[in-house]
Structures are given as structure tokens and as C-alpha cells.
Design a binder for this molecule. Structure first.
Ligand SMILES: *Cc1c(COP(=O)(O)O)cnc(C)c1O
Length: 397
């Protein structure tokens, strides 16, 4: 049988299952194998090979087969032309910035983004490479418009933003970026391509930390950049092959396997998180809940426009209590695990105290310390009961 392809005429679930998989030519297995090889046999006369090239099987840092299969699936799910899968979400962020930005370029980026994006742009790229950066509350399109300069090369946003859950209007920011001749990258890790596809809303690049929802099982790290082939060819040459953050074949295979169930998992994450957010919002011991699916939350109207069918499994909340009571609450949880990362099968919670250096950029209600909560795939009732009994133990129920 020839190579099977699954275009736009197929639904998201069909593409999540089939894209990137095929019959193995050697054995006839209906699963493609994991190719744990660093290197590939050279042709009779290798003298004219471009050792820094991405085409063909040469050396796994330049590109391997498991990486290629995963890239095919992710490009399809995000609705992009091409994809580069790298060793982590941060490798994807740094790879994008490294290839795109030159000294003297200007970047506008969200004041609340993943901490490594903040460090890369606001500390490393401007100090080492004289890239100008402006931190902006991207939930306000007018603030983004005002921040644009003639040398603005890139606008980088994250929505929902980690950890405040702030929602940025992707279509509105894409229009502003393009009016000013800049490109837009969107970190879509919190929403996942099941709920939001930024390229369809006008973004030039999507960043995913595959470590989170796309893999979904907490056992592999990876990252991806999705976008147009002309841009990605440049990023692949500069940032994958010469910076070297290529994903391992085994991790690519694990993430490929995890991604098959992304639609099913996300449906459950969406449903449980909505129920839990509503329940939390009704508890007197809870100081605030930030979940884009709640009608009272800032950004809900925009979230309704660009997040569908659901609002994902991430939320933040705080207790009507002091610092230590937050820690005590976490120690009383029996089902929910205290750990960083998110989008795993199991529920994860992390207490982010009130001494974060970016505290001044967070909304007022976050200032007393808060939890970032990744709602997992356990029974919703068990999660609610876990939170209820912990609230009771610390005297808040
Ligand atoms: C975790 C995360 C990243 C970084 O991904 P890693 O795989 O940990 O390198 C980037 N952006 C967001 C929004 C994240 O949550």
C-alpha cells in the first residue's frame, strides 16, 4: 500500500489517530518503528553532501524519521504547513527567537508568559544580542498597538497565559502585528490544538510545549514550532542543526503515541475543569478562581471566540488564608499531586507564593500567593472531594 495522507477533509480525531503513522515498508507492521540510530549510511560519493542540511537521512541531529512522523501529525493538527519538533518547549521558544531576531530588532511580548520566554527575551536576548524588548499587557490590543515600532520584528503572546490565565485576542493581535510588518508567535501550550488553532486566527507561528497536553502522560519532554515552510526552513537550519536541540527518537515516538488520544483527553480535561472551577468559585474559603470558562472571568468573552469546544484544564486559584495555610492545604491532598508541569493524566498543583519577581505584573487577586492547578483525568467527583476534605482540614470548609 502506498503512503496514506490525511488532509483537511478529515476531522481532528481521524488526523490525531492516523497522521504520521503508516505501514512499515520492511516488516509490514501497521506501526512505524522507533529508529534509535544516530547516523545513516552514506551514498557511494558523499563529497557533495551539505553536512548542515536538513534534507534526507544523514545524522539524527539534522533530522530523524520519528521526529519527521511527529512533525507531520502536529502540522496537521495545528493547521500549519510545516513543523519542527525539538527537545523541549523552551528549545522551541529559543529556537524561534534565535533564528528570527537580529541585533537592533524589537520584540513586543506578553507581560505574563512562561518564565523562560521572559528570561530569554527580557534578559538574555537584549543583554547579549542588543535585541530591544517591550513588555506589554497583551490582553489590551491598544497597548500592543502603542508598543509597535518601525523595527518591531516579532510579537510573542501566550494565551491562556501561564500562570495568570489571562486571555489575549489572537486575531486582533495578528492584525496589529501584520499592519506593522511584524510576525506573530503564539504559545498555545495551555489551550492545546484541540481547543485553539492560532494559525487559523492569523498567527505566523505556534509554539507548543509537547511535554504538556500533546504528550499528556508526563513521561517525555518535547517542544514544537509550527508555521510556514519558508520560515521553518530557516529555523531548522539555524536553530535545530546548529544549536542542536533536536528531539530524541524515543521521545518523539512517545509523544506521537500520546498525541493519538489528545482529543479524548482534552474533552475530559475541559469538562472536569469547568465543573471544578464552578464548584471552587462557590466556596467561601476560596479567594478567587481564574478560569477562562467562567463568565465572571476577565477574558471570558474572547476565550469563547477562540477556545472551542472547551477552555482546557488549567486554572489558578487562591485561598482566604495566609502563606502557610496554602502549603498545609496542599499537604492534605490525597489525589492531586504537588508538582510543576501540567497537562498530564494526573492532576498537578503548585503553590506559587507571593515573592515572584513578576508579582507586580499579576492582577491584584494573585498577590496573596496562589495555586496553579492542572486538572487531570481522575473522576471529577474524586477531585472535588479531595479539595473539599483538604479545605476542611485547614479550617476553610
Ligand atoms: C512548560 C511550558 C513551556 C516550556 O516547555 P518545556 O517543555 O518545559 O521546555 C513553555 N510555555 C508554556 C506555556 C509552558 O507551560
Amino acid at each position: 500500500m502506498g503512503k496514506r495522507t490525511y488532509g483537511k477533509e478529515f476531522g481532528f480525531m481521524t488526523r490525531a489517530v492516523h497522521t504520521g503513522n503508516d505501514v512499515d515498508a520492511e516488516t509490514g507492521a501497521i506501526r512505524r518503528p522507533i529508529t534509535m540510530a544516530n547516523s545513516y549510511e552514506l551514498p557511494y560519493d558523499p563529497s557533495d553532501i551539505n553536512w548542515s542540511g536538513a534534507g534526507g537521512n544523514l545524522y539524527t541531529r539534522n533530522g530523524g524519521s520519528n521526529q519527521a512522523y511527529l512533525q507531520e501529525k502536529l502540522a496537521s493538527l495545528e493547521g500549519g504547513e510545516d513543523c519542527i519538533a525539538l527537545a523541549s518547549g523552551v528549545a522551541a521558544l529559543s529556537g524561534l527567537f534565535f533564528a528570527l531576531l537580529q541585533s537592533g530588532d524589537h520584540v513586543v511580548f506578553g507581560s505574563v508568559t512562561y518564565i523562560a520566554a521572559y528570561r530569554l527575551l527580557n534578559e538574555l536576548f537584549n543583554n547579549k544580542f542588543r535585541v530591544e524588548t517591550t513588555l506589554v499587557d497583551t490582553t489590551d490590543p491598544d497597548a500592543v498597538r502603542k508598543a509597535m515600532r518601525p523595527n518591531t520584528k516579532l510579537v510573542h503572546i501566550e494565551t491562556p497565559g501561564n500562570p495568570t490565565m489571562m486571555i489575549t485576542d489572537i486575531a486582533a493581535i495578528a492584525e496589529i502585528a501584520h499592519e506593522h510588518g511584524a510576525l506573530l508567535s503564539v504559545d498555545n501550550t495551555f489551550a492545546s490544538p484541540f481547543n485553539t488553532r492560532p494559525i487559523e486566527l492569523g498567527a505566523d507561528f505556534v509554539i507548543e510545549s509537547l511535554t504538556k497536553y500533546v504528550n499528556g502522560h508526563g513521561d517525555a519532554m518535547g517542544g514544537a514550532i509550527i508555521g510556514k515552510k519558508e520560515h521553518l526552513d530557516l529555523i531548522r537550519a539555524q536553530s535545530q542543526i546548529n544549536l542542536g536541540g533536536t528531539i530524541s527518537p524515543f521521545n518523539a515516538w512517545l509523544i506521537m503515541r500520546g498525541a493519538v488520544t489528545l482529543p479524548l483527553r482534552m474533552r475530559q480535561h475541559n469538562e472536569s475543569a469547568m465543573k471544578i472551577a464552578q464548584w471552587l468559585a462557590a466556596q467561601p474559603g476560596v479567594r478567587f478562581v481564574a478560569y477562562p470558562g467562567l463568565p465572571g472571568c476577565k477574558g471570558h468573552e474572547i476565550a469563547k471566540k477562540q477556545m472551542s469546544p472547551g477552555f482546557s484544564g488549567m486554572m489558578s486559584f487562591g485561598l482566604n488564608a495566609d502563606h502557610d495555610t496554602h502549603n498545609k492545604f496542599v499537604s492534605c491532598l490525597k489525589v492531586i499531586t504537588s508538582a510543576v508541569s501540567l497537562g498530564h493524566d494526573e492532576s498537578l498543583i503548585a503553590f506559587l507564593g507571593e515573592d515572584d519577581e513578576r508579582q507586580y505584573l499579576y492582577p491584584e487577586e494573585f498577590h496573596g500567593g496562589f495555586f496553579r492547578f492542572s486538572v487531570g483525568l481522575e473522576d471529577t467527583e474524586d477531585l472535588i472531594e479531595d479539595i473539599r476534605q483538604a479545605l476542611e482540614k485547614v479550617g476553610l470548609a
